[in-house]
Ligand binder design. Structure first.
Ligand code: GLN
Length: 205
């Protein structure tokens, strides 16, 4: 196959929106390749990049654990492929997550990003909002962040770059080739973050 193979983990959550945003980002950049819905863990070994969408992190984590995807994704991350986790996706990538109201919880995580997450930092569904954020370090000075039951990062290890803060809360991070955002970049017309990710995948390839 020529070009890159970018997978969207298709367990639950906004898979279609990420598929479209990634496809459009690749087209605009002139990057050849495919965007695949990853439904079967056997697809993971062929990927050059992976997006873990937003949704419900406990559901995505539990189903991925049961079908064996979690283990395969961990191996893939160890091999260095770029991964973008948005909202629940960032939660899944983290080493530790607690809920703002419920407190510490046991949930299956990928245990990679050296961050501690507070789930639902900004409230529940009805408290969803949009706000401008800046991710200067990756060349995105202004981005419309869509926050839906969004988490924040309450602790970050020394290898973690803080990409963005909103109201003093950390809402985007990067550790090596792994990026996490509290908000949903696939739900705006602005493709900057998906383009940054596609470039990362292509460079790595
Ligand atoms: N609150 C959800 C969770 O904790 C994440 C919400 C989202 O992905 N939009 O899993």
């Amino acid at each position: 196959m020529t070009g890159v193979n970018i997978g969207i983990l298709a367990v639950q959550g906004d898979v279609a929106e990420n598929l479209t945003a990634t496809r459009m980002a690749m087209d605009e950049l002139g990057v050849e390749g495919v965007v695949t819905e990853v439904k079967n863990p056997d697809q993971i070994s062929d990927l050059d990049g992976l997006i873990i969408p937003g949704g419900e992190s406990t559901v995505i984590g539990t189903l991925s654990l049961v079908n064996g995807s979690l283990k395969k994704i961990k191996e893939k991350i160890a091999s260095g492929i770029p991964v973008l986790g948005t909202c629940a996706g960032m939660i899944l990538l983290s080493k530790k997550a607690k809920d703002r109201v419920v407190g510490d919880m046991e949930q299956p995580l990928l245990d990679y990003l050296d961050i501690k997450i507070e789930r639902n930092t900004f409230g529940r569904q009805k408290d969803s909002f949009e706000a401008d954020v800046a991710l200067e370090k990756i060349g995105v000075p202004k981005f419309r962040g869509v926050f839906i039951r969004a988490p924040s990062v309450i602790d970050a290890g020394k290898d973690v770059e803080i990409l963005s803060k909103f109201n003093e809360k950390i809402v985007a991070v990067k550790q090596g080739n792994i990026i996490g955002t509290s908000f949903h970049p696939e739900l705006t017309a602005d493709l900057s973050i998906h383009k940054y990710f596609v470039n990362l995948v292509q460079k790595k390839n």
